[in-house]
Design a protein around this ligand. Sequence first.
Ligand SMILES: [Zn+2]
Length: 213
Amino acid sequence: MGHGNFPTDVLSKNQKQADVLRCLKQYAQYNPSKSVFVWVKAHQDDSPTFENLLLAAQLNTLVDELAKNTLRAACLNRQFISNLFPFEQVRFSVCNNKIASSPKNAIMAAWADDTAQDVFHNRNIIDRSNFDLIWWASVEITMTSFPKMFQVWWTKEVLPFCGTNRQLSKIDKSVKNVGPSCGRIDELSTHITHCKDKGRVTMLKHLLMNSPH
Ligand SMILES: [Zn+2]
């Protein structure tokens, strides 16, 4: 509603369905007659009978029904309308998919997908051809249901990679391959829990005692 009544206001960067709203703003600006958008509460037909609803609510119910039927038919026939809207001034695509929300998030997600695909393929964890067969959204939901440190541990197990100074020094020359607490040359992943440095032992005990899991 606000989008139509204030067509010159900028959309927020994470705005959902930004492509449709951008068109709406554009049409509202070009419209030579003054238009006023009014919010109509959805699903008002859930309780009172249709005849007792106000005209706006009745019309809303009717277009809702039309939209649902069209969507069902499209799913059944596998025939969808184009998501390229008329007179669209800006269109943004990443990997041939039209982006309807934050371009920044879309670019980052595509980049992350690409990187993960390469890493998993090159390490024989998941073949490139199977990557898109995995329901990654559910993997993410499952992962976030675990405690943070378990997520970190699991990621390292799968890769398998632990960001010790031994590994980090390979990608960043300013990192020295020594144990950060005791100064031991060559910090292996096993050294993290075996370091005899007094402060490190205290920290490990503290973490183990205070871990909720
Ligand atoms: Zn050490």
